[in-house]
Design a protein around this ligand. Sequence first.
Ligand SMILES: [Cu+2]
Length: 179
Amino acid sequence: MMSFHGFAVAVAVLTLSACAGGEKKPGDTTHVAVDTSSTTTTTTAAGPSATTTPGTTGGAVAMAPITGATKTVNMVGDAKGYRFDPANITLKQGDGIKFVVVSGGPHNVAFDPATIPGDVKAQLDANMGSDKMSELSSNMKMNPGESATISFAKIKPGQYPYHCTPHLALGMKGVITVQ
Ligand SMILES: [Cu+2]
């Protein structure tokens, strides 16, 4: 018992010094702090966290189908540049948007997870269906006529900025306002 404890402390010290011995970045202190707290949480709260986690993560949010109107936003890339048309669009909760490739693909529709409120994220992600390449990011649409449809049912009123991943740097972005 005594010797095991001593070993654990030695390992911890080694880990810390290995961490601190590297490049000195401002983040290093944070890193050590995070490591320490996560170790403590794992050992003390392993049991209770198992029952708490599913509720917190809310992994199983069902897609809420469109109940209102479906509006069309064209995805265009031509001599005038890359753009959504219209880029800024207002809809009612329950409406949907069909994003259709007109030219200049591949295009997609993506929301920066950092700009979407925590209580909206899971529902919006679910409302994009399974046609996604990652969280809040639709698959690429290559050819004219291909489309991605997103439901805004159960999405609380607010302004949701979105963009096309390959053409974001070229200004292909807009804002969806849900009333
Ligand atoms: Cu694009």
